[in-house]
Ligand binder design. Structure first.
Ligand SMILES: Nc1ncnc2c1ncn2[C@@H]1O[C@H](COP(=O)(O)OP(=O)(O)OP(=O)(O)O)[C@@H](O)[C@H]1O
Ligand SMILES: [Mg+2]
Length: 270
């Protein structure tokens, strides 16, 4: 099992939507998928469980951090969620416990590693201890951004902040790979176009590219939010709604490309 953290410090940029919709795509490829909801808001778990697309494991994310023996038994489930609970919010208040949380997390992940091919961690919009723990156990990071004014500042923090990807790689997890940045909720406004040019100039090499070498991006489409609200894959919503079908036609190549890149790394034992 390889682990992908979906993280940007900024709130509301689509981390959870990307986690869930990517999870459906990986499931459609028949990988055994585990999603860990690390955000006490619990949005990823709620969305994946709402329409019973995934099954909740008995342990919670908080127990995985706080208890070294959280995994008693892993049932034979191909699409599982480890749910967030309100006590997750207490993790950042205990910085002195970092080593213990880290050890517990790693031990518990080791217990589920043969049951799943890929683990996605939906991170909270912060750079607190929870994110530090996720980035320390993860193999890969993927960062959705929004092309608004603070996008650039957000990327700088995500990459180079005191708890940014580069620092974690240096200090705690040398094998952490940055899969890249994916602009989300993209609209053809002058502001977004200007910001995109700026992102390209300053951070072009961090953008996830399609096969032709063009940056991936996800358009703002209300069907994506609707699919998330219903707790289903956009593909599934597209079977009954034309707008969702069109949105899926646009989104699908992006998610398939991310899945290609991720699983190529996984299959080659990155
Ligand atoms: N491309 C998109 N087009 C339209 N709506 C989207 C898109 N991506 C995400 N959304 C919606 O925008 C809202 C915020 O997205 P989401 O919850 O995934 O962001 P987040 O980064 O996880 O937020 P938080 O930081 O609070 O965890 C949700 O209602 C989601 O369904
Ligand atoms: Mg979220």
């Amino acid at each position: 099992m390889k682990t992908l953290a979906i993280w940007t410090q900024k709130g509301g940029v689509g981390k959870t939507a990307l986690t869930c919709q990517l999870a459906y795509v990986l499931r459609a490829r028949n990988y055994r998928v585990l999603v860990i909801d690390l955000d006490s808001q619990g949005n990823a778990g709620a969305a994946l469980l709402r329409a019973e697309k995934a099954v909740a494991l008995a342990m919670t994310t908080a127990s995985m951090l706080m208890n070294g023996n959280a995994v008693v038994d892993v049932p034979d489930i191909v699409f599982a969620v480890i749910r967030a609970t309100p006590e997750l919010i207490r993790i950042p208040e205990q910085p002195d416990e970092f080593s213990r949380f880290h050890e517990n997390f790693q031990t518990n992940l080791a217990h589920v590693t043969s049951a799943f091919d890929i683990c996605l961690i939906d991170c909270p919009p912060s750079d607190d201890l929870r994110v530090l723990l996720a980035l320390t156990v993860a193999d890969f990071v993927l960062s959705p951004i929004q092309l608004n004014q603070e996008a650039i500042e957000g990327i700088v923090k995500t990459l180079r902040g005191t708890r940014g990807v580069e620092r974690i790689r240096e200090k705690l997890n040398p094998s952490l790979q940055f899969l890249g940045i994916v602009p989300n909720m993209v609209e053809a406004t002058p502001l977004q176009k200007r910001n995109f040019v700026e992102v390209l100039e300053s951070f072009g090499r961090y953008l996830v590219l399609d096969k032709q070498g063009n940056p991936l991006r996800i358009l703002r489409r209300s069907s994506i939010a609707e699919a998330q609200e219903l707790g289903v894959a956009l593909l599934e919503l597209g079977r009954t709604k034309t707008a969702a079908r069109d949105a899926w036609a646009e989104l699908s190549p992006t998610l398939e490309r991310i899945a290609d890149l991720l699983m190529a790394e996984v299959d080659h034992g990155a």
